[in-house]
Design a protein around this ligand. Sequence first.
Ligand code: CTP
Length: 412
Amino acid sequence: MKTPRTIVVGITGGIAAYKAVNVVRAFVLNGDSVHVVATTAALRFVGKPTLEAISRNPVHTDLYEGVAEVRHVSIGQGADLIVVAPATANTIAKLAAGLADDLLGNTILASTAPLVIAPAMHTEMWNNPATVANVAVLRSRGITVVGPGIGRLTGTDSGAGRMEEPETIVAVALAVLDRQPSAGEAAASAVQDLAGRHVLISAGGTREPLDPVRFLGNRSSGKQGVALAQAALARGATVTLVAANLEVAVPTSVTTVLVSSALEMHEAMTLAAETAEVIIMAAAVADYRPKTVQLGKIKKEDVGDTLTLELVKNPDILAALSAARRPGQQIIGFAAETETDADRLLVLGRDKIIRKGCDYLVVNRVGHASGETVGFGTERNAVTVLDRHGVIVNEVSGSKMSVANCILDVIG
Ligand code: CTP
């Protein structure tokens, strides 16, 4: 059984405070011990009893309560992670200045735990040079900023400033926590090792149209690609996701380009690759597509008992991106294989990295094994990462998030 970690959730006074309840709930369901520190303004948006019931702990607000137990520093000292969601423009400014005029400010200043903030405010406030400068200061200190997303705001307007969805905040926060160096290892700022880098990821499975209602597809859900996007965000990267028919939600702070077929993915990846420093081809791309796409629905009476499809080869996106690689650009491919023998799997992987010309290849067994589907659509994954010489540089089996971090670890 895992040891519960202590997570302090700071809630500040914005309308998105009501969504913080789901952040608290997700940490509790994950088995962590959650302590809420809310500002008085936050409690105008969400009730203390709700937060106490969901967090299963008293909610702290007042700097002058529990003075005998030195609460203004003890909460922060006992935290393994602090998450501030929502973080208003005012809170961000106070954090940047190191102010401690309330319990949350004291808690954060007294803590050495990693800090994750989820800004929420109107677009004009987010774009204000003061906020831009404050956020830059926080990032430079190794603080993880999740979001904000772009979308509908409190009023009738929409734009950048909407708090990132709770599930993404939690996924990014847990990724930050899981990556904390143990005692004696490097400083906490090491978790931001992708800060300022543009990471381009493809995810999902392409669909090759046959007619207006049918396609040839595959079983990829996109979970591994989205976990890579979340992990890269948590490590400070700017992330673009080229997403083909995903079954999972994408963090709104990721720039998402929706595609469906291999040809569309090829075009989108080629364009985004122009500015990307790291490219990860996690998508399952159809090798072939129907030679002709029927304009109307294919009818049984026109076809008869046997339907023969003529397929033509799709471009190999990974090989093309590798061939056009700019100096310094790193390219990671995946190898989805059904081979069950570990040695033969490695041989296939080594052949594939040579054919594709990428820097690293993530070898991943997929398919059905004793009635169980592995790799595609599942919550867990097992991969071996090879370098261009076919040498194993990393190996992991676990949640798709831990696999994602293991893959990102190889990027120099
Ligand atoms: N890939 C690609 N374009 C294609 C096919 C695959 O970019 N037309 C990429 C995948 O995203 C993955 C890698 O190539 O990163 C390997 O995909 P995989 O399906 O394992 O290999 P294939 O090239 O399709 O070879 P085969 O199916 O013969 O094993």
